[in-house]
Design a protein around this ligand. Structure first.
Ligand SMILES: Cc1cc2nc3c(=O)[nH]c(=O)nc-3n(C[C@H](O)[C@H](O)[C@H](O)COP(=O)(O)O)c2cc1C
Length: 135
């Protein structure tokens, strides 16, 4: 069975660019190996992440993520079973977004999902829009 977890959190203020890049690399490599799809976005001091995959894999990963001191104030936005992976179409592997132009690219992608009646697309779009309009 598949599930998806989506959350946002506060980036640790002292996180250096090097530490941040190493987190992105680690995430991408490890998720590709474990067949986890989704997206990790850093927009200013906010992380936004969607992870999708096998229930046990996602639950155990999220337990680790919640304990990670590179961020805090985790707010769970979605945690539920899904019938299909929404992010599988990204064939570049786990997707990382750290600049605003790419975030608009994601928004276009999600709108496309929405047009194709993909589950959760409306919620994702709303969250991304909220992120884009944060301050
Ligand atoms: C914002 C954020 C997102 C993360 N996302 C992932 C992820 O998608 N996949 C992953 O393997 N680790 C992710 N991590 C790192 C995990 O918290 C953890 O360090 C990593 O899974 C290695 O754990 P291990 O050394 O116990 O195997 C993330 C960390 C942070 C701060």
């Amino acid at each position: 069975m598949l599930k998806s977890i989506c959350y946002k959190s506060q980036v640790k203020p002292t996180l250096s660019i090097l530490e941040f890049e190493s987190l992105f690399n680690q995430t991408q490599t490890s998720n590709d190996k474990s067949n986890i799809t989704g997206v990790l976005v850093k927009s200013k001091d906010i992380f936004f992440q969607i992870i999708e995959g096998d229930v046990a894999t996602i639950d155990s990963l999220f337990e680790k993520i919640k304990k990670d001191n590179r961020h805090s104030d985790i707010i769970e936005l979605l945690n539920k079973p899904i019938s299909q992976l929404s992010f599988k179409a990204f064939d570049t592997g786990y997707t990382l977004i750290d600049d605003i132009d790419e975030l608009y690219g994601l928004q276009i992608y999600i709108t496309d999902l929405q047009n194709n009646h993909f589950e959760n697309s409306t919620l994702f779009l709303k969250i991304i829009e909220d992120l884009l309009t944060t301050d």
